[in-house]
Design a protein around this ligand. Structure first.
Ligand SMILES: *Cc1c(COP(=O)(O)O)cnc(C)c1O
Length: 355
C-alpha cells in the first residue's frame, strides 16, 4: 500500500475473480459461469455495425436498448436502467439505497461484501440454513437493504417470487434487491413484484444467459421512482457507462428470442446430464437452477477436487470458506465440456467408489 492510499480503505479485501487462463494455456474452463456459446449472430452483426460510430459518445440514456429490454420483459421503459455489468448496478444501488446498511447472506455472491466495504456500508449477515437454503423468516429481524442472489450463488438454489414478496412486506420502507443473474436457467423472476411492491428492485445481467460477459452489460427493473433515483447515481458517476457497441449488441441479443431459447435450453439439458453423471459417481449436489452446479465429491474435499481437476486440464471454482469447503462450483458448459468434466471426475473418484 502506498503512503497516499486512503487509510479508511486500508482493510479493503478486493473481489478475487475466478482465474483466467493465460494465452497458450488450454483448459476446459468451468470456473466463472460464462456461457460456452458465442453471442447471438445478430448481436455480433450489430456490434460490428456500431464500430464506425465510436467517434461519438454512446447514448447516455441508452434509449433504444432500454426500449428493447422493456418490450421483451413486458414492462415500461421507465422501469429499466442499464449498467456496465450488473456489478455496476449493484454499486449504484449500494451507494444510493443503503443508508441503513446492507443485509447479506453468509454464503452468497462475494462481491456484495466487497462493495459494502468499499462504500463504507455496514452489513448484517443472515446465515443460510444447514441445507444452504435462505431462511426467509430471518429477514423480519433485520434493518438494512436486503440483497438476495436468486438463484443464490454458489449454491444455485432458487427462491420463489412469493418468498421475495414476503421479505419485501416485512418492512415496506427498505429496498429488497433480487439479483437475478441466473434466473433464465429455470427459476422464476420477481419482476412482476415491481408493480405491487415498490421496494423490490430486480438486477439482471447479459453475462450469463445472453453470452455477453465480455461486453459488460447489466440492468435493473424497479418502480419508475426507484429507477429515477438509480439514474441520479449513475449520472453522478459515469453517464456514458454503457459503451455504444455494447448498447447495440445488447439490444440485438435481447431481441433474438430464438438464440436465447436455444442456448438456455442447451445449458439446462447439460446441467441435467452433469448432475446425473456426478450423482452416479457418488457426489452430493444442491438443487441448482443456475448455469452451474454446486457439488460435493465423495470424499468431501473440495480443495482436492479443484487441484485434481486442474491437473487434468479442467478449471472449477473452489471457495476456501468454512461452511462450503466440501463443495466445488462447476459451470455448465457445452456438451463436450460436460463430457470432459465427467471423464476427469470418473478418473479421480470412479475407483474410490468401487474400491
Ligand atoms: C456473475 C454475477 C454478477 C455479475 O455479473 P456482471 O453483469 O458480469 O457484472 C452479479 N451477481 C451474481 C450473483 C453473479 O453471479
Amino acid at each position: 500500500m502506498s503512503e497516499f492510499f486512503s487509510e479508511q480503505l486500508a482493510g479493503l479485501a478486493p473481489y478475487v475473480p475466478g482465474e483466467q487462463p493465460k494465452k497458450g494455456e488450454r483448459y476446459v474452463k468451468l470456473n466463472t459461469n460464462e456461457s460456452p456459446f458465442p453471442p447471438s449472430p445478430a448481436a455480433i452483426k450489430a456490434g460490428k455495425e456500431a464500430l464506425s460510430g465510436l467517434n461519438l459518445y454512446s447514448d447516455p440514456t441508452a434509449y433504444e436498448l432500454r426500449k428493447v429490454i422493456a418490450a421483451e420483459l413486458n414492462v415500461p421503459p421507465e422501469t429499466v436502467t442499464v449498467s456496465n455489468g450488473s456489478d455496476e448496478a449493484l454499486a449504484f444501488i449500494m451507494r444510493g439505497f443503503c443508508a441503513h446498511g446492507a443485509v447479506l447472506n453468509d454464503i452468497t455472491y462475494g462481491f456484495y461484501r466487497v462493495l459494502a466495504s468499499l462504500l463504507c456500508i455496514k452489513t448484517e449477515i443472515v446465515p443460510l440454513t444447514d441445507e444452504l437454503t435462505i431462511d426467509v423468516g430471518a429477514y423480519e429481524r433485520t434493518k438494512g437493504t436486503v440483497f438476495i442472489a436468486n438463484p443464490n450463488a454458489p449454491t444455485g438454489i432458487a427462491l420463489p417470487p412469493e418468498s421475495i414478496a414476503r421479505v419485501a412486506r416485512f418492512d415496506r420502507k427498505r429496498p429488497v434487491v433480487a439479483d437475478e443473474a441466473y434466473v433464465d436457467f429455470g427459476a422464476e423472476s420477481a419482476v412482476k413484484l415491481i408493480k405491487t411492491d415498490p421496494n423490490v428492485v430486480v438486477v439482471r445481467t447479459f453475462s450469463k444467459s445472453r453470452s455477453l460477459a465480455g461486453a459488460r452489460l447489466g440492468f435493473t427493473l424497479s418502480s419508475p421512482e426507484v429507477a429515477a433515483d438509480i439514474e441520479r447515481v449513475r449520472n453522478s458517476f459515469n453517464p456514458y457507462n454503457v459503451n455504444a457497441v455494447t448498447q447495440r449488441m445488447g439490444a440485438a441479443a435481447m431481441a433474438d428470442r430464438e438464440y436465447f431459447s436455444l442456448t438456455r435450453g442447451e445449458i439446462m439439458k447439460n446441467r441435467q446430464k452433469l448432475t446425473m453423471g456426478l450423482e452416479k459417481l457418488g457426489f452430493y449436489l444442491t438443487d441448482s437452477m443456475a448455469n452451474f452446479v454446486f457439488a460435493s465429491p465423495p470424499d468431501g474435499d473440495g480443495e482436492r477436487m479443484y487441484a485434481q481437476m486442474k491437473r487434468r486440464g479442467v478449471l472449477v471454482r473452489y471457495f476456501d470458506e468454512a461452511r462450503i469447503k466440501r463443495f466445488v462450483r462447476i459451470t455448465v458448459g457445452s456438451d463436450r465440456d460436460v463430457d470432459a468434466l465427467l471423464e476427469a471426475a470418473a478418473d479421480i473418484y470412479g475407483g474410490e467408489k468401487n474400491a
